[in-house]
Design a binder for this molecule. Structure first.
Ligand code: GLA
Length: 653
């Protein structure tokens, strides 16, 4: 028997040895399953589309990618050899730092060590015999992904037999819902403070969840406002500056809720971070009238508006090619009637936002407001626009230099113009953080300012931005917010085709938790007509949204950052704090690569000393909406990889 077995093995080995060896270049494989931290993976080109070049060596073949980059390959056990020349592409700059790894069946087979721009290409030569699944991984080198342009040049797999290796989808953890559905009885949500201008058109939809029909009433409404009892929409004009405490009641067949909402008339707008939707992360320049209207309708029909989501913002791509003879800006044929669109959005008690640039052209190449600022502000006001995103773009060619006065100038000009129209228009500065805009954005009259370059739906991008916002914390407050860019949950794609966000469910919990801790503007960037239960649940947890909308307006600060974990703390108005315990992970491949569906976890401990609190404290899990008990001195939680446990900690009552 044993002899027969040995013979069989011998024959099989002989057959295998006789099997022909084939080669498959990486650039011949399906790259759609390869992940990149920025841009698009490119065949025989760098990630920015230039010839693959490492320290002056030019390569004809290979893949240009960007950290963090991952590719899983099924070798069917037929692998023989892998080789590639790797390095940072010359198109990058001195901020680049990456490390290349070749793994097989969860083990590191080869690693490049840290590589920077200008380092000579390194040759990876890896024996693949007996390996079932291999992975190519480029880490951020332990810092961040900025300028991490990485090349797998001349990358080729040798294999036995006729079944070529194939790239496979990385294992994606399944979505799981943490938050119980909101009760059918009325619950008045957030914001509970709202600012508007004296004598300007006032519009506020009471955010109340619960079964419809619902009846609304209000005591203490300032003169000039009326409430629609069926929709909860309050509108009118208040001509007397002041603070008005309004007691609002929402009632349905299941019960009643009564809450105080404070209206501050004549002081500041955006007393809490704006919450809404923006067309860019889903539709890009393919946005049109129907898509915008569909988003407004979806806010109402999905119930999002009942949880405080208010703004429907049109990003780039709405502008006509030419101004009128009088110099007026017009919408293009995709937006036949802006005024009527605004009117329809307003009927729901929602607001409409628009986009422009201080330069002659927007980032998408459409007309900007250069030399037409007042005229454009008037046009927008006449349409009924409530929010302006003003994006630097081609103003870079107008500005003399990058000095603070030059960076501030166009934003000051538009501020004056907005002050000249009879409408409240939230002013959103977008210039990617130049000149530490967080230090002067409020000074030039911005209600919010982008602190970063554009986000995308990768962990590297979202976490890279979100976890580096500590520096901006002191500058956020009611009326003026740091904007770490829009949300990348749900169906995104920058238009016209969309895909499900590449963030895992845990990464999405992290995204919403972190943005809420940061008191960030929350602008949903997905197609609302395709909202799945998970995404809707993620966007309608009122206890989490209350953290973002807290009237104190403090942005969270980082209290711990060590070995792949971070703890952030946000002070709330009622004296309690919200704490996020994040398992961000290190860039080690054993943590970063998901070979099976087992979720990695870590225990994270936070001590009261770190949080500057003491004594007995109630701890409540905000995603589960569940009290966890009374804790003294310390709290510990088991946290999923790239996930979060978000808790509210308040002194024992
Ligand atoms: C820039 C901005 C984006 C978006 C586009 C539109 O890239 O940062 O948010 O507005 O322009 O062209």
């Amino acid at each position: 028997m044993k002899k027969l077995f040995l013979l069989l093995i011998g024959v099989m080995t002989l057959v295998a040895c006789q099997q022909e060896t084939h080669t498959l270049y990486l650039d011949q494989m399906d790259l759609s399953k390869m992940e990149t931290g920025w841009g698009k993976n490119q065949i025989n080109k760098s990630v920015e589309g230039n010839p693959l070049t490492i320290a002056g060596h030019v390569f004809d073949r290979g893949i240009g990618t960007h950290a963090v980059s991952k590719m899983m390959i099924d070798l069917h056990g037929n692998g023989k050899f892998f080789s590639a020349s790797v390095g940072v592409d010359d198109e990058s700059n001195e901020h680049a730092s990456v490390e290349f790894f070749v793994l097989g069946d969860e083990k590191i087979l080869w690693q490049s060590g840290l590589m920077k721009k200008g380092d000579d290409p390194k040759l990876a030569e890896v024996n693949l015999k007996g390996i079932k699944k291999m992975a190519l991984y480029v880490s951020d080198g332990g810092d961040n992904i900025n300028y991490d342009h990485a090349d797998w040049a001349d990358a080729v797999i040798e294999y036995f037999g006729d079944t070529p290796p194939v790239s496979v989808q990385p294992v994606k953890p399944k979505a799981y819902i943490l938050t119980p559905p909101p009760p059918e009885s009325p619950h008045i949500n957030y914001p509970r403070v709202y600012g508007a201008g004296t004598g300007k058109p006032f519009l506020f939809r009471i955010p109340a969840s619960g079964k419809r029909p619902m009846k609304f009433s209000a005591e203490g409404l300032p003169a000039g406002l009326k409430l629609d009892a069926n929709t909860g929409v309050i509108s009118g004009n208040v001509f007397r500056t002041g603070t008005y405490k309004v007691t609002v009641t929402a009632e349905n067949a299941k019960g009643k809720d009564r809450q105080e909402i404070k209206f501050f008339i004549g002081f500041k707008l955006a007393l809490t971070p704006p919450m809404g939707w923006n067309s860019w992360n889903c539709w890009g320049i393919s946005v049109d009238h129907d898509k915008v209207l569909a988003a407004a309708d979806a806010f109402v029909n999905s119930g999002l508006a009942d949880h405080g989501w208010m703004y429907i913002n049109i990003d780039d791509g709405w502008e006509a090619e030419k101004r009128t003879d009088k110099g007026e800006l017009l919408p293009n044929q995709k937006f036949p009637d802006m005024k009527s669109l605004a009117g329809k959005v307003h009927t729901h008690g929602l607001k409409l936002g628009i986009y422009s640039s201080p330069g002659p052209k927007t980032c998408g190449g459409y007309l900007g407001s250069w030399k037409h600022e007042l005229q454009d502000a008037r046009t927008w006001a006449s349409w009924g626009i409530d929010y302006l995103k003003y994006d630097w773009c081609s103003y870079g060619n107008i500005a003399k230099d990058q000095s603070l006065p030059e960076l501030q100038k166009p934003y000051k000009i538009m501020r004056k113009c907005l002050d000249n129209v009879n409408r409240d228009i939230i002013y959103s500065l977008c210039q990617y953080g130049m000149g530490d805009v967080w230090k002067w954005g409020a000074g030039v009259g911005g209600n919010l300012w982008r602190t970063t370059y554009d986000i995308n739906d990768s962990w590297a991008s979202m976490a890279g931005i979100g976890f580096s916002q500590d520096k901006c914390s002191p500058y956020a407050g009611p009326g003026h917010w740091n904007d770490p860019d829009m949300l990348v949950v749900g169906q995104v794609g920058w238009g016209p085709t969309l895909h499900q966000t590449r963030l895992t469910p845990d990464e999405q919990y992290t995204h919403i938790s972190l943005w809420s801790l940061l008191a960030a503007p929350l602008l949903i960037g997905c197609d609302l007509s395709q909202l799945d239960d998970f995404t809707l649940n993620l966007l309608t947890n009122d206890e989490v949204l209350a953290v973002d909308q807290d009237p104190l307006g403090k942005q969270a600060v980082k209290v711990k950052d060590a070995d792949g974990i971070q703890v952030w703390k946000k002070q709330l108005q009622d004296g309690s704090i919200t704490v996020g315990l994040f398992y961000t992970g290190t860039s080690a491949p054993e943590e970063a690569l998901q070979w099976n569906d087992k979720i990695k976890t870590r225990k994270i401990t936070v001590n009261w000393d770190d949080l500057h609190i003491s004594g007995k404290q109630n701890v409540r899990d905000l995603w589960r909406q569940k009290d966890l008990g009374v804790f003294e001195d310390t709290f510990e939680a088991e946290v999923n990889y790239h996930g979060v446990v978000l808790v509210k900690i308040s002194g024992e009552k």
